[in-house]
Design a binder for this molecule. Structure first.
Ligand SMILES: [Zn+2]
Length: 405
């Protein structure tokens, strides 16, 4: 009897081991990679936004953004090398280069040694590269993927590194002001065009010229005669300004599907409205970022076995919460009323921080700081290798999980 048991056990073990050998993990890298970064987007920014869209759908909860419908969920720690609470430069560097650095450093370590971003690594492996943001192209998060510089505030030094990158597509709302050592403003578009990049303003210009150029810088703003190339954010009231979702569609078109690509796409103004504790614009910026995620998801559905989408944030901004105050009467948020109050008073709230604080109190939305917080941020993922991003991770692990090292 004992012998039979041992024989059965041996046979079972060999079937099991044989099975294990047969189910080999597919460790090859996805052909198409989307890394979506919501700047300053903590879990609560998403909770607040989903509370709003649920209410608009006649419910108290349950409506979901595209990102929260992805099958894998994780959380990511964000501290930098010398601070509990990080900034976009150090956090962008940790994500892009897989290494912590000091506050405010971009693409370099605490001793200013250059670190290699995953975009350079993938380019060497034959990937085409797209770096996109809804804020200026030389802001910290996009810059962490193509530049290595002592300080994020050196916008001119950052711009100079775009031609050196050779990345095929760089897009943003515009280009942050550039001043040379003599204090004069530099024409960034001219600088880039002299070094092999076609700079396009708006969709029309892109469609007219992009086919003939390998390397593109695209600004969401339509060019306006006489104005400098230094726009910093998109005007929501101007329909000629393109959305982040449209820019992502154009980036995919430009990079093409024949060769592999890596796209980093940032929703940048979530952080800006977090700093100013502007509840309704923050919600709209999360929705706009999610619309870009939906573009990536549509692409994934066409190529489910070859595509990876990872959505995360560099840090949380503002310490937002659904609910504030000490009374039970604060446990219900009437978003229709909140929206109406916002529309009536928004001009004043933008100018007067105290009035905006009172608006938030009346809306039962809490904000704890006008700066960043140190909490972990969410990670949503889908597609090839998405399971690697589940559970608790640190921002320095993202590069390795994407490039497969
Ligand atoms: Zn910030």
């Amino acid at each position: 009897m004992k012998k039979i048991m041992i024989a059965v056990l041996t046979i079972s073990m060999s079937i099991l081991l044989g099975g294990c050998q047969m189910i080999q993990e597919d460790n090859t890298r996805p052909k198409y990679i989307f890394l979506m970064i919501g700047d300053g987007m903590g879990t609560s920014h998403i909770d607040v936004t989903e509370s709003y869209i649920s209410y608009k759908a006649g419910k108290l909860g349950g409506e979901q953004l595209t990102m929260t419908q992805f099958p894998y969920y994780g959380s990511c720690t964000t501290f930098c090398e010398n601070q509990t609470i990080t900034c976009s430069a150090a956090a962008g560097t940790a994500i892009a280069c897989g290494q912590k650095t000091y506050y405010s450093r971009l693409g370099c370590d605490k001793d200013y040694n250059r670190l290699e971003s995953m975009a350079y690594y993938l380019k060497e492996d034959g990937y085409k590269i797209g770096i996109l943001s809804s804020v200026p192209i030389n802001h910290a998060t996009p810059a962490a993927f193509y530049s290595s510089i002592k300080s994020r505030s050196d916008g001119y030094g950052i711009i100079q590194q775009i031609p050196q990158s050779g990345f095929e597509f760089i897009g943003g709302s515009g280009i942050q002001d550039l001043y040379g050592k003599d204090g004069k403003m530099l024409k960034a578009d001219k600088y880039l065009e002299e070094r092999g990049y076609q700079v396009c303003f708006g969709e029309e210009e892109f469609n007219a010229t992009a086919d003939t150029c390998k390397n593109i810088v695209l600004c969401q703003y339509k060019n306006r005669d006489g104005e400098p190339s230094t726009y910093t954010s998109v005007d929501d009231d101007d329909p000629t300004d393109m959305s982040l979702a449209t820019m992502l569609k154009l980036a995919i078109k430009h990079l093409g599907e024949d060769e592999p690509f890596f796209i980093m796409c940032e929703g940048g103004e979530i952080d800006w409205y977090g700093h100013s504790n502007m509840t309704m614009p923050m919600i709209q910026s999360v929705i706009k970022f999610d619309e870009a995620i939906a573009v990536a998801y549509e692409f994934y559905k066409q190529h489910p076995d070859e595509t990876l989408i990872v959505v995360t944030a560099d840090h949380e901004t503002g310490g937002i919460s659904i609910g504030q105050g000490e009374s039970w009467s604060n446990t219900f948020i009437d978003w229709t009323e909140v929206e109406e109050n916002w529309e009536k008073g928004k001009d004043r709230y933008f100018k007067d921080a105290k009035a905006n604080r009172e608006f938030n109190e009346a809306s039962h939305i809490g904000w704890t700081t006008s700066y960043h917080t140190g909490g972990a941020v969410p990670v949503y993922s889908i597609g090839k290798g998405a399971e690697k991003f589940a559970g608790r991770i640190d921002n320095t692990e993202i590069k390795g999980k994407i490039i497969g090292k």
